[in-house]
Design a protein around this ligand. Sequence first.
Ligand SMILES: Nc1ncnc2c1ncn2[C@@H]1O[C@H](COP(=O)(O)OP(=O)(O)O)[C@@H](O)[C@H]1O
Ligand SMILES: O=P(O)(O)OC[C@H](O)CO
Length: 487
Amino acid sequence: MSESYALGVDVGTQGLKVVVYSISTHELVKKAGVAYDITKTTIPGRAEQDPQVWISGTVTAIAEALNGLDRSCVKALAVSGQQHGLVVLGEGDKVLRPAKLWCDTESAAEAEELSAKFGWKLVPSFTITKLLWLQRHEPDTYAAVRSVLLPHDYVNWWLTGRKIMELGDASGTGVLDVEGRRWDTAAMDAVDTRLRELFPPLVDSPDQAIGTVRPEVAAQLGLPPGVLVAPGSGDNAMSALGAGAATDGATVISLGTSGTIFAKSPTAILDPTGVICPFCDATGNYLPLLCTLNCTRVLEEVREAFGLDHETLTELAEADASGPGCGGVTWLPYLIGERTPCWPHASGALLGLRPGCLRPGLLYRAAMEGATLSLLAGFRSMVAAGLRPGAQLRLVGGGAKNRLWKQIVADAFGMEVVLPAEPDSAALGAALQAAAVLEGVSVSDYVTQHRPPMLGQVLKPNPAHRSAYDRALARFEAQAQQLFGRA
Ligand SMILES: Nc1ncnc2c1ncn2[C@@H]1O[C@H](COP(=O)(O)OP(=O)(O)O)[C@@H](O)[C@H]1O
Ligand SMILES: O=P(O)(O)OC[C@H](O)CO
């Protein structure tokens, strides 16, 4: 049988990954990635990226991933992307300004205003709050907008020439009727009736190609003619595919730039408090999801402050005398504000410091514990709102590569942790979607038939650490409330 490849491209916040998946052997053949970051700025709350970074990242990472492989075997690709980001195009499809990202909190006031109008709590991550911010703060740019896209839609448009959105990622705009699976034009009109023309149409099916790679882009990428482009989705929906959770309903935690927890649901969960985002998935089901703004970047602060790599810091943290609960040190991780809870103006805080405790190992552990406890507090709210997780968690994302962090998650959550063989599950999910579309099989059936493999090892929670993490969570929640939980 001749070889065929499907490419999965994941446009993350701190980098872009590409995986090459063999449709004949159902194995991952090769991976590549490029790192980039949020544009440096001193404006509080601002987090932006030039969309061109995603295009050049795609070109570089695809070239590296296909190096040494037969490029003529590439038959399909799909793009996964960081959710919510606002990309605005003007006349001639010119990018009008840098994209405002999911973790940009400048639209906090607009989010509050729209929450009152819509009757459910929108956090500033939602795209519609960013559009209202643009209307208020940059009216000339707003007037020039002709199209609104999300990050993965922008890459899809560059690839195919087609402006279109799919339901998983469109859920993060705040103007999708997730139950009706159509645009909520009343919500759009509440901001500006012009929005009906600015948002692109929605795809008819998650299982059909949106087009093929344009000849000039194929030449740039070194791809053969006619490569199919599947719809792609937001990175969490794609990650559900790549972690095998879109079919078996496992609860997934992703330790990326954002921390997320999600599990497939046959029905939409509409949570007026906004803790659970009512997202669609990429198979025609739903993906109730919790997201924190501060996850791996908290560890990055320690790495940069001490000039040490993750492996060295992990060894220091493992050897540090503090152990679970960090000897009473709490790191409230809200470096860029927070969305869960919705505290856009919160900041990071290190509490419980004693003489001699500013050790890299202790601070690295405190960063991991802070990011984990922030997710755990949210997870408890998800359970209270009706999520029924099984006994196991599936852990993915860049942070899942860290052996100590994996154990901290198992211990703090008091649940077994299982690891998909491929931690970059969003890129793999995109490749699986592309393979399904190429084969003419529904995405749901394809990932059921070709289930992504898990590593054999199951991490069990250590019962000896239970009470230390219970106390750490209670302390974390009380301190966070005291500092930021104003009415
Ligand atoms: N061994 C490790 N320990 C802790 N964090 C890690 C490790 N390896 C990678 N990371 C973190 O994971 C991040 C990338 O995670 P990823 O899920 O790819 O993020 P994103 O998709 O948001 O760009 C890196 O920026 C780094 O902070
Ligand atoms: O860069 P990531 O992978 O943390 O993606 C951001 C998320 O889409 C926010 O929901």
